[in-house]
Design a protein around this ligand. Structure first.
Ligand SMILES: [Zn+2]
Length: 449
């Protein structure tokens, strides 16, 4: 038995001072415990916030694309997650040999016995045919509760196939999420930049302007409306993108959305850094301007944006990102962030914007658990839930740095950022895995379900 004592407990509907009792892997009591049973392990949480373990709904561990393989595999990615207070990640699985079922099996096998946090999977749909459509309900029965489609990249779906996929998914109750950028238009803009010999990193954001994002968001919501099914937009990067979502909601369309820490605190000026450092920040959608940062922060504060995902997709600066020095289309896109996501979001919402720790809890844990079918086993401090618990000390001041980070990538995009707040303790299904900021137990993660 373990007892977390005297913390500020961020419960589903209120914040109270109290204690939490853990038996085996489950929360068995919340409130004040007056008679401490002999032999109970006591963890003092005085002056700290006690949250349900953070849930990262957007990671790409152990991923290979046409340009490179990610620096982080399930081992290092899940260690970075747990160090940052994240007890569950939802990672992307891709089909194998044209089969969703085989794809899920392969990804589970890669994760099993290598993970230090719990891992669930979204299934990507990169191709549409009778086999894939027939496998969608079957894979939902295997425990997959969400699918992702792309409107950009070589594996994007056309509108007809997007519509067909949404219709089939609508029969299962699963979530359908999309990467919203208009792929053919990006290709046209890249062709123009290539003809003008403008292939430096500064052309990356020019090839993917905000209109490329807003058009795709608008179109995907329209497809959902036609199919009469809610849709989810991942990594919204711009104020205009968020405005489109709000406008469509007012018409009665059901849309949820995610943003990422990089779109809350970083901006496009980073693409002009000297010594090619700009390649570190190549991601899609690209970084926007400060006004977009503020609009997305406002979105989190006012329930317009439901979740924060890291979109952790880690590549090395020296050996991988720099391969695109003279041709930005050769830079593998993505940044690490699974470890920093929780504290950056906390710092922005609670310290900088003076929001409630309860608002933070919803966007960092509860809302993802609800959207992805994990609630209330995950995402809630309540009796009967998994004892996934993150204790955050709001008084610690620190400077984020690669020197203390767990990603295997050779940099973090938040180097030098000063934040207030530190991860004191983490419990994964009752196991004490982070003690005073240090990982003390690893490889205790499980695949869900
Ligand atoms: Zn992603």
């Amino acid at each position: 038995m373990k007892i977390i004592r005297n913390g500020e407990l961020v419960l589903p509907n209120e914040i109270i001072n109290g204690d939490i009792m853990i038996n085996n892997e489950i929360i068995t009591h919340i409130g004040h415990i007056h008679d401490i049973p002999a032999g109970a392990e006591i963890i003092d949480a005085t002056g700290c916030y006690v949250f349900p373990g953070f849930i990262d709904p957007h990671t790409h561990f152990q991923m290979t694309n046409v340009l490179a393989s990610t620096a982080d595999d399930f081992e290092s990615g899940s260690l970075a997650a747990i160090a940052g207070g994240t007890t569950t990640v939802i990672n992307f699985a891709t089909p194998e040999e044209g089969s969703l079922i085989k794809g899920l099996q392969v990804h589970r096998r890669r994760a099993d016995n290598h993970i230090s946090c719990d891992v669930a999977f979204h299934m990507e749909i990169v191709d549409v045919n009778d086999t894939i459509l027939e496998e969608i309900p079957r894979i939902v029965n295997h425990g997959v509760s969400s699918f992702k489609v792309y409107l950009a990249y070589g594996f994007r779906l056309n509108d007809k196939d997007l519509y067909r996929v949404i219709r089939v998914i609508s029969q299962t109750g699963a979530l359908v999420a999309a990467h919203c950028e208009n792929g053919p238009l990006i290709e046209a803009l890249i062709d123009e930049l290539r003809q003008a010999s403008k292939l430096g990193v500064g052309s990356h954001p020019i090839s993917r302007p905000i209109l490329i994002e807003t058009e795709a968001i608008q179109r995907f919501i329209t497809l959902g409306a036609l199919a009469d099914y809610p849709v989810h937009i991942v990594h919204v990067s711009s104020e205009l993108g968020l405005n489109i979502i709000e406008q469509e909601r007012r018409k009665g369309h059901h849309v949820t959305c995610e943003t990422c820490p990089q779109y809350l605190v970083l901006n496009e000026s980073l693409y002009t850094l000297p010594d090619f450092e700009g390649v570190k920040y190549v991601m899609s959608p690209p970084l926007r301007c400060k006004q977009d940062n503020v609009a997305l922060q406002n979105g989190l504060m006012s329930d317009m944006v439901q979740t924060v995902g890291s979109d952790h997709c880690s590549f090395n600066f020296e050996s991988q990102k720099k391969q695109g020095l003279h041709d930005f289309t050769r830079i593998p896109g993505g940044v690490p962030g699974v470890e920093e996501r929780g504290l950056i979001t906390y710092h922005v919402i609670v310290n900088e914007r003076h929001g409630s720790p309860h608002t933070f809890m919803k966007v960092i844990s509860e809302n993802s658990a609800k959207l992805y079918g994990l609630y209330p086993k995950k995402g809630a401090l309540q009796v009967g839930s998994d004892a996934d618990i993150t204790i955050l000390n709001p008084h610690i001041e620190q400077v984020l740095s690669k020197r203390t980070a767990h990603t295997k990538a050779d940099y973090i995009p938040y180097e030098g950022m000063k934040i207030k707040g530190g991860i004191a303790h983490v419990f994964l299904r009752g196991h004490h895995v982070v003690d005073n900021g240090e990982i003390i137990n690893d490889h205790l993660g499980k695949c869900i379900p």
